[in-house]
Design a protein around this ligand. Structure first.
Ligand code: G6Q
Length: 561
């Protein structure tokens, strides 16, 4: 197939029955009608072996999914659905370079970037592994020079600050990884991330920095993204203002892109460009040269560890029978809640300061991948697809929005994530953190009955009138589902295990929903829509022709500009 030509064979090979017409779907619907009132407490009482059965180890991750509203029968029916949707066959299509991103005529090969077996992967008749290795080698060379203080700025001083300019997939991955792996970051280097076009963001980032010792990484797959180019331009002016000589650009700017022509047009020497390829989706690109800030921060050995960790998860996904295959199981449990219980959101609660950017990262990974309504066979879905992903780190959430989890009216399946070994145990603080993690998931499961509250209040000598007034308010239904992920220790390898687990979970859900998880037309729309309005704002004349609200807002803005 030629580059850029749409791959209709993927559409045509997809002779699937509509999801909601499948007998496996119907079986789940009927099962739901029978069991939807069964509580997790009840399920635990029914089966003393439940914890062992519904938990599993994936490299350094221990995943406990027993606190979910699923029984043996539920899992059996969900697995039958996965089999009928050919999840394993689609998994193989992804790993072996079929153009499953058919609306952009692209293969989806982020797994090749961490293919530690180095076995050949052919795409368009070419083994892509040597190219991947070559870019890794160049990244290693650059990072070593910076880390060894051999890469010097225009005035001969070593680099101290690295500013990554990029947005979306060219920002969230490296930002989250460098933050998550802070204890492994080179102690003489500081990392900054600028994404937004909002001028305050680059202004505040650059304010404390010294142009002589700052290196910019302009990260953009397309190298046409308005926000990134505007910020890169501002950064260049800031540098030249001090350096006074265009020659300084080569010492202070490198680019990560698939578009050499635009990189060169911007004024960055293509010898300072780190390539990646259109078969790497933006939100799956932290394993590619988009991970350059991670390599500089951690060194290539640790980055390789991170790739190893992702590879371990890939191997688990490829080789583990479906009933023990954790990304598939987690995906199916999500389907059960979103499509049968009508849950709308997925909570992500890392009990780890370093993982504080994980909810944001997974929000993009999931919502941009599975926020789709047209199936691979061009039909509008009649079921819900990707959930709203949200979250914050524990225990902060406990003192804020957890109230709604405990006593609100919504069903919110949540992932709780914690490293067992702390980076800095600091007296018993890590144990207090862990105790909160464990107690919260227990409380969300068990709740507290009216009887328990009543007895406790009586024991505390509270009079019955007050008890009667308060008892309902102090009762918790429990039965709120959680999945717990214990990480041995948040090392680069464990981090790789974790992120790849979520990537594959998202993939499996996309396959079941029969959507293309790898395009993002909604994001593309945003990129073009703003241009017309920008022209109008620049012209400054009263506008007409949008909807009345947009006209009104533009005119109000112009009046006070
Ligand atoms: C990711 C999306 C999107 C993209 C940004 C930046 O999957 O496609 O978030 O990464 O819009 O695009 P560029 O890297 O092309 O600047």
């Amino acid at each position: 197939m030629e580059d850029g030509q749409l791959n209709f064979s993927i559409l045509n090979s997809n002779n699937m029955t509509k999801l909601t017409d499948m007998p496996q779907w119907d079986a789940l619907k009927q099962h739901h009608a029978l069991v939807y009132q069964e509580t997790i407490q009840f399920l635990f009482n029914q089966d003393s072996n439940r914890f062992d059965k519904f938990s599993g180890q994936l490299a350094s991750l221990f995943v406990d999914y027993s606190k979910n509203r699923v029984s043996d029968k539920t899992m059996e029916l969900l697995i039958e659905l996965a089999e009928a949707r050919e999840v394993l066959q689609w998994r193989d299509k992804m790993f072996y370079a079929e153009e499953i991103n058919f609306t952009e005529a692209r293969a989806v090969l982020h797994t090749a970037l961490r293919n530690k077996s180095n076995s050949p992967i052919h795409y368009h008749g070419k083994n892509i592994m040597p190219d991947i290795q070559a870019v890794l080698k160049r990244m290693a060379d650059l990072s070593e020079r910076i880390r060894n203080q051999e890469w010097l700025g225009f005035s001969g001083k070593p680099i101290s600050d690295i500013v990554n300019i990029g947005i979306g997939g060219s920002d969230l991955g490296p930002r989250m990884a460098v933050t998550a792996l802070t204890p492994y970051v080179h102690e003489k280097l500081n990392f900054h991330f600028v994404a937004n076009i909002d001028p305050s963001e680059i202004y505040e980032t650059l304010k404390p920095l010294n142009p002589e010792t700052t290196l910019f990484i302009v990260a953009s797959k397309s190298f046409t993204t308005q926000e990134t180019l505007a910020n890169a331009k501002a950064a260049k002016l800031w540098l030249l203002n001090e350096a006074g000589d265009e020659q300084a650009v080569a010492k202070h700017f490198v680019a990560v892109s698939t578009n050499a022509q635009e990189v060169s047009a911007f004024g960055i020497d293509v010898r300072n460009m780190f390539e990646f390829w259109d078969w790497v989706g933006g939100r799956y690109s932290l394993w590619s040269s988009i991970g350059l800030p991670i390599v500089i921060a951690l060194g290539m050995d640790q980055f390789e560890e991170m790739l190893d960790g992702a590879y371990e998860t890939d191997q688990h996904f490829l080789n583990t029978p479906i009933e023990n295959n954790l990304p598939i199981i987690l995906a199916l449990i999500g389907i059960w809640y979103f499509n049968f219980f009508g849950a709308e959101t997925q909570g992500i609660f890392p009990y780890d300061y370093y993982l504080r950017d994980l909810p944001n990262y997974l929000q993009q990974a999931d919502m941009e991948s599975n926020g789709k309504r047209i199936t691979r066979d061009n039909q509008e879905v009649d079921y819900t697809t990707g959930p709203i992903v949200w979250g914050n780190r524990g225990v902060n959430g406990q003192h804020a929005f957890f109230q709604l989890l405990h006593q609100g009216t919504r069903l919110i399946p949540s992932d709780f994530i914690i490293p067992i070994q702390a980076q800095h145990p600091l007296a018993d603080q890590h144990l207090i953190l862990a105790a909160n993690f464990l107690a919260q998931t227990e409380a969300l499961l068990q709740g507290r009955t009216e009887q328990e509250v009543n007895n406790e209040m009586q024991e505390n000598g509270i009079n019955q009138e007050t008890i009667d007034l308060l008892v309902k308010h102090r009762t918790f239904t429990g039965n709120q589902p959680t999945t717990s992920i214990l990480i041995d220790k948040l090392t680069p390898k464990a981090f790789g295990n974790l992120i790849a687990l979520y990537e594959h979970k998202i993939f499996v859900q996309g396959i079941i929903w029969n959507i293309n998880s790898f395009d993002q037309w909604g994001v593309e729309l945003g990129k073009v829509m703003s241009q017309k309005v920008l022209d109008e704002l620049k012209e400054g004349d009263t506008v007409k022709g949008h909807d009345a609200s947009t006209d009104g807002l533009i005119n109000a803005f112009l009046k006070k500009q």
